[in-house]
Design a protein around this ligand. Sequence first.
Ligand code: FAD
Length: 647
Amino acid sequence: MTVVDRQEWDVVVVGAGGAGLRAAIEARERGARTAVICKSLFGKAHTVMAEGGIAAAMANVNTGDNWKVHFRDTLRGGKFLNQWRMAELHAQEAPQRVWELETWGALFDRTKDGRISQRNFGGHEYPRLAHVGDRTGLELIRTLQQKIVALQQEDFRETGDHESRLKVLQECTVTRVLKDGRHVCGVFGYERESGRFFVLRAPAVVLATGGIGKSFKVTSNSWEYTGDGHALALLAGAPLLNMEFVQFHPTGMVWPPSVKGILVTESVRGDGGVLRNSEGERFMFDYVPDVFKEKYAESEEEGDRWYDDPDHNRRPPELLPRDEVARAINAEVKAGRGSPHGGVFLDVSTRMPAEVIKRRLPSMYHQFKELADVDITAEAMEVGPTCHYVMGGIAVDSDTAATRGVPGLFAAGEVAGGMHGSNRLGGNSLSDLLVFGRRAGLHAAEHAAGQGRERPRVDDAQVDAAAAEALRPFSAESGAGEEGDGGPPENPYTLHQELQQTMNDLVGIIRREPEMEQALRKLAELRARARRAGVEGHRQFNPGWHLALDLRNMLLVSECVARAALERTESRGGHTREDHSAMERAWRNVNLLCAMADPTGGAVATAPERGQIVLTRETTEPIRPDLLALFEKEELVKYLTEEELYE
Ligand code: FAD
């Protein structure tokens, strides 16, 4: 049997971003002994990169705002495919979560009369994003981290041990969720520095591992985004929902090549920045879709007036939801009206005084100065779409964050699906993390408490299998030939590059059937080769080994994206089909679920050419009538199916 360290906890949270930390705080406050695991250092999760702000209808800047308006905007942004109960809870609870952060020490920017300031963002009817300059995620994580340390100090005073009730295991990667029958019983993982294996036994596990962007070549996402939680859930038997919806943020850096994909926050447009093509035109006026026509300005003059007088003017089309802006930029570049490096121009320099730009957008100012030698107070930025966020994710119960069919397994944050429908509005992720992170922690703690003494047991055979799987890259040569996929050892970095290129080129922002078929064939080939991904050296901090293990996850998740994208023969939100360019009402109430083809979760046992994923359709739960009543009938006609309208 492999040597593994073992610990016992009530709740294990995988991930220390906004969702994971908020879940851990809640679980600990509900009395559960809680461990948090993260791949990077504590305080360095992807959430620190969040820039623009947290969306919450606090009505600090415009008193017209309330949760119902926020709910409406969220459903419009998601093109009515959102899990409506999640959108409702999110809109209702987000303000409390922001005020709570403030009581825990978060220092938000203020309005002149001293309230938390809120800024405009795409798709939000009113200024709604609470922010700290353009470094909001950093402040959010700093605050949650501080709260965790405060709880640990409280525990020390009572028990003499800081980690008696809340422990953070940093630079550790979970590779398997362990089960006792149907029930979760813990997790298996390795310490990145030493390579040692560990098992944390627990009756409740919360997955809060973030997104999947590292499967794409051009992305704003951090190195952590290898789709681990999505794959862990799949392998444990929990399905993923609507994985075809991947958000391509309209404005990533396009130059120089080394920084391609790095995000240019939407706050630039929220604060007045405009998009122009190579002919100097503000082209977004040509791209307002019918469903949004009444809500957006028809002329530059009206759009500009809106910044000072939003009650009597309509917003500029630069503030359309992200999917619309990304497609428009793509179309302009394709039509030959792009900037020198294949993007378009985003200009604040002619819109605001230099000192205002430096104060409101400090990170952007430094980012362009240091990385591209561009002074955004004097010249326009060059920007283009970048893979940014995955709306699809683990299917969860809206109220409890429980996954389907695996008791004890919960999910929150970007790894969970449903909340954002087919397209997320900016700012709605940070609030999602807090609202559903809290809910996941609460219900995980309750689940653990409900287990009594008869907790699920860890099966040593599963631990041994997980250890053998993790060690396979060290014996890639001897593994060659297993199950008919023999061949020489493969370099994990080469495989990763080929995967990223495949997803970027064939399942990217604009999709076509033959290309997605081609992508699935390529993914099958990569999967067979990835079984021979080999590494040299030993288990002490070995990034090649880590990547070899991450490949399993990226390939699984990429297959889900490609399979679901091929199945959905319409265009909606973050899924654009050139061969099915219209949004079809008949698809409005259809969810696509991906599960492992092999119900034992043994991905490796399935024949490569058949793929590992089975895809099923399900009809969404009808939207509650009182929530539908928040919309005008004329608007609903554009989205709902005939039967839904009739009812
Ligand atoms: P993360 O913060 O990514 O945390 C994931 C955690 O899981 C990490 O601790 C990681 O180490 C850990 N982990 C992953 N896999 C494993 C594993 N196998 N084992 C152990 N640990 C693991 N949203 C907004 O609402 N407003 C914004 O202004 C905004 N700006 C953004 C700017 C940028 C540049 C980017 C890229 C995104 C932005 N977003 C924004 C989106 C938002 O930041 C993310 O969706 C959100 O932070 C995700 O949080 P999370 O808690 O789900 O995951």
